[in-house]
Design a protein around this ligand. Structure first.
Ligand SMILES: [Zn+2]
Length: 177
């Protein structure tokens, strides 16, 4: 068998193995990105004092119109905070075995008592993961422990990221492999 055919077969095997595993074990991973702020649509923003000017943009008759006190939409802040959240699907491994950690530059310093979580997902999620403020995996808030790495064959790569949490994961959340 030629090298090319061998590589192709190996790629195909990998591809099918990965998609089977992802279908079977793929779990929801919530990624919280840095909040963004947008100017309140209901009142004028006071750029000097960085607050609501207290002057409505809407006309009398609009349910959000106000004459005295705080804007009912932004509560006097002048801006609305938008929580940005993405949902990824991937494999979640709580407390991955020690030898798997060889591929990471993870340092234990500062993470004493932390529980590690390995996630494997599609490399197209790289930017989202790098920007993440924090993650919620199985209901537990986690942070990125080391830069994500991409591993795989050909164009079928897998993104691996190591997260950590100081919260205790639920007892039944261990991965079944
Ligand atoms: Zn407002």
């Amino acid at each position: 068998m030629s090298t090319n055919r061998r590589v192709k077969r190996s790629k195909d095997r990998f591809k099918s193995a990965w998609s089977k595993v992802a279908d079977r074990l793929g779990r929801r991973i919530l990624v919280y990105l840095p909040d963004t702020e947008s100017e309140c649509p209901n009142c004028y923003y006071d750029k000097v004092n960085r607050t609501s000017s207290g002057v409505p943009k809407v006309s009398p008759g609009n349910p959000n119109y106000f004459t005295t006190g705080r804007c009912p939409v932004c509560h006097g802040k002048g801006v609305l905070t938008i929580v940005r959240r993405r949902c990824l699907y991937g494999i979640v491994i709580w407390d991955p075995a020690g030898d798997r950690m060889n591929s990471y530059t993870f340092t234990e310093a500062g993470f004493e008592g932390a529980t590690r979580v390995e996630i494997k997902t599609d490399p197209c999620n790289l930017d989202v993961i790098k920007q993440a403020k924090y993650f919620v995996v199985d209901g537990v808030v986690c942070k990125l422990g080391s830069p994500p790495i991409i591993r795989g064959l050909g164009d079928k790569h897998v993104l691996k990221a190591l997260l950590f949490t100081t919260d205790k994961p639920k007892l039944n959340s261990g991965e079944i492999v």
